[in-house]
Design a binder for this molecule. Structure first.
Ligand code: SF4
Ligand code: SF4
Length: 442
């Protein structure tokens, strides 16, 4: 069975590969296995042969597309504009169009886009923390009785919140409501004129993982924005950004979620849409591309995408108040692939960390090398994910840091596994949490 014209990516996505091999050097999977099929160049060749009928579009061929971590490094380095990471995603969509998998529909349409259902489904995790069972399991060493794989899945979990953030954060948070003054009157006047962001209505995109697992981080992000003079609108009805559905080939579901979120933030009448999740941010920035061929939505989607900012990027554009509190310790920073390469944001989080008195910032070797998370790779490609993680943790260990910051929930969960596996006494957190603490200490 071959893919029909509307099920396949355009020829331009693979035809011009000159097989130079530059992408091999930057691929974390190729670096581990040194096999051509595990490389970006190999995936492009497989895709081409499959689509041109020289190879059967078999489950094994598609599996190579699922093995890609979507770290985007190959997209960035290719000298002729081939985007192997995008091609791997496109092939997943081809497979889904040819052979829709039954299990995906309930997950990507029935559960994930519905925040209430997702909150209910993750309640046992929060109870595990809230009832003290987790602490007990650690104190009694019960985790050690689990098979290694389950132990790693447990280690992924951050310190879980009492409640999902959506259930208690007001939809509109003003600086005054939190007891903060408006824009900093002492801020540089020229900066205020150049960056008239302070005092603006800021939409906050609360991602699924942030809502149910990392609620404290997003609460901190809203506080920091309000402290810097922003009125923050967090629509409670917000849906998943669409990346999980897109990553598993259900592009139609991802488009539905995009349309819903665009309309929601249009109603909120915000000037920018800020998020503290790297994956959400890069997905939201791609809504314009995702809905490009939909005449009713193309312009609205493009306008929405232009408004999207990572929280660190937006804060740095403000006349930002310097925190007067102090945090002592050594911190390093891991670049999430979807923030550094997906959005070009890497200076900004470092700048925020360096604003904090007492924190010694130390650069992480290979800071932009993938950590092996890619959302669900620890679940679906366990061995490969751990091999890539091991390299990351070796680099973390040489920094001597007590804190590793990263602006992506997936990376943080993966790093949580890494510090536990490698016995490192390192706290994993989001840069915004440290900034918030430094403000609170003032
Ligand atoms: S995908 Fe690009 S970088 Fe990789 S081998 Fe082909 S042309 Fe070279
Ligand atoms: S996106 Fe990353 S993991 Fe996937 S092929 Fe490209 S470099 Fe390799």
């Amino acid at each position: 069975m071959t893919a029909s014209h509307d099920q396949r990516p355009p020829e331009s996505a693979y035809l011009n590969c000159i097989r130079c091999g530059l992408c091999l050097a930057v691929c974390p999977i190729y670096r581990e296995y040194l096999t051509e099929t595990a490389s970006p160049r190999g995936r492009v060749a497989l895709a081409r042969k499959g689509l041109e009928g020289e190879l059967v579009l078999s489950p094994n061929l598609f599996e190579q597309m699922y093995a890609c971590f979507d770290c985007l490094a190959c997209n960035e380095i290719c000298p002729v504009g081939i985007r192997p990471a995008d091609l791997a995603l496109a092939l997943r969509a081809t497979q889904e169009a040819m052979h829709p998998a039954r299990w995906k529909r309930p997950l990507f349409r029935g559960l994930i886009p519905h925040p209430g259902r997702l909150e209910l489904a993750t309640l046992p995790l929060r109870l595990y923390e809230r009832l003290g069972l987790r602490r007990l399991a650690y104190a009694l060493g019960l985790r050690r009785l689990l098979p290694a794989r389950l132990r790693d899945l447990e280690a992924m979990l951050p310190c879980l919140p009492q409640r999902p953030l959506r259930q208690h954060i007001p939809e509109v948070v003003t600086p005054a409501a939190l007891g903060f003054a408006g824009p900093d009157p002492t801020a540089d006047e020229h900066a205020a004129r150049e960056n008239p962001a302070a005092g603006r209505r800021v939409g906050f995109f609360l991602g699924c993982a942030q809502n149910v697992l990392f609620a404290e981080e997003s609460a901190a992000a809203v506080r920091v924005l309000a402290r810097n003079g922003c009125t923050v609108i967090t629509p409670a009805a917000v849906r998943c950004c669409g990346m999980p559905a897109r990553g598993y080939g259900d592009v139609a579901a991802a488009r539905d979620q995009a349309r819903f979120n665009i309309a929601l933030f249009e109603q909120a009448a915000v000037e920018v849409v800020v998020t503290d999740c790297a994956t959400c941010g890069s997905t939201l920035r791609e809504y314009g591309e995702l809905l490009r061929d939909d005449p009713a939505w193309a312009a609205r989607a493009a306008a929405f995408s232009r408004k999207v900012r990572d929280v660190s990027e937006f804060l740095v554009s403000l006349p930002l108040r310097k925190p007067t509190g102090r945090l002592d310790g050594r911190v390093t920073y891991h670049d999430p692939c979807h923030l550094r390469r997906g959005q070009g944001v890497w200076r900004e989080p470092r700048h925020l960390l360096q604003l904090i008195d007492g924190l010694e910032f130390v650069e992480l070797p290979e800071a932009d090398w993938c950590c092996g998370s890619a959302g669900s790779q620890l679940i679906t490609h366990y061995e490969t994910s751990l091999r890539v993680l091991a390299r990351k943790m070796e680099n973390v260990a040489v920094t001597g840091a007590q804190i590793i910051a990263s602006g992506c929930p997936g990376c943080q969960m993966q790093l949580n596994v890494g510090v536990r596996r490698h016995g490192l006494a390192i706290q994993v957190t989001h840069p915004i949490v440290l900034l918030d603490r430094a403000y609170e200490g003032s």
